[in-house]
Design a protein around this ligand. Structure first.
Ligand code: CDP
Ligand code: CDP
Length: 219
């Protein structure tokens, strides 16, 4: 698979991957893959089907059979819009549990690669540059301090009119990051060939502009 038109953006939770990746995709006219959504959808579908997040064989089956469609802002699971439901912290935690299971990662691999179109792709997640698109032309590792990330998530939830508790969010991000960094398969880590973008003191526009600059240099 030719990955000359792939930009892989990895990083920990609430580092800004989704926001930044979508804007970069829009500016370049590329497709966009939110790979975390696929793990979240798997966790939600398992919950709906009464499958335990620890049952590797059964969860991998759920992942293989996911009936999902991304339609603009909507994310349809068996025709029901679950775009908001999958953002719940409980589902985020479930996503990181099922994401540690090798059979589940294998089940979602090809599905992720199918997002690559002739126009190009911006993909965000934890292993976009290391596993899913190892030959991506540009790889970026987005980071920000744990405190800044927790505050970003807090503001995001409050902005959506949801209840939020900064201490709980901080603890949840910490345990999810630890699990994502320590797992045996596709752990969260900056690949040697990825550009580091530290955004603790950087707004979205500046981060987008930096990635677009790197992209111009790569072409
Ligand atoms: O996808 P990920 O969990 O990495 O993060 P996100 O959902 O894109 O970003 C979390 C929140 O941080 C969003 O509300 C972004 O607008 C905000 N953000 C920010 O304030 N400054 C940045 N440099 C990046 C993101
Ligand atoms: O938005 P946020 O960064 O909090 O999470 P996400 O990108 O939606 O991913 C949810 C969970 O899925 C993460 O905590 C990871 O455990 C897992 N994930 C993964 O293992 N590999 C990916 N490429 C994307 C997500």
């Amino acid at each position: 698979m030719n990955q000359d038109l792939v930009i892989a953006i990895d990083g920990p939770s609430a580092s800004g991957k989704g926001t930044v990746a979508q804007l970069v995709a829009e500016r370049l006219g590329f497709a966009y893959l939110d790979s975390g959504a696929l793990y979240r959808l798997t966790a939600l579908a398992a919950l709906q089907q009464g499958v335990a997040w620890t049952d590797e064989v059964a969860v991998a089956q759920v992942a293989t059979e996911l009936d999902v469609a991304f339609v603009g802002e909507r994310i349809l699971l068996a025709s029901a819009d679950v775009a908001l439901a999958i953002r719940a912290e409980e589902i985020g935690s479930g996503a990181s549990q099922v994401a540690a299971l090798p059979m589940v990662r294998a089940a979602l691999l090809q599905r992720q690669r199918e997002f690559l179109t002739a126009q190009g792709l911006v993909a965000d997640g934890r292993d976009m540059g290391s596993v899913v698109f190892p030959s991506a032309k540009l790889k970026v590792f987005l980071s920000a301090s744990a405190q800044v990330r927790a505050e970003r998530r807090y503001k995001q939830l409050i902005g959506r009119g949801e209840e939020a508790d900064l201490a709980l969010i901080t603890a949840d991000l910490q345990s999810r990051d630890d699990r994502d960094r320590q797992r045996a398969v596709a752990p969260l880590a900056q690949s040697a060939d990825a550009f580091l973008l530290e955004t603790s003191n950087m707004n979205v526009e500046t981060a987008v502009a930096q990635i677009l600059d790197w992209w111009q240099l790569k072409r």
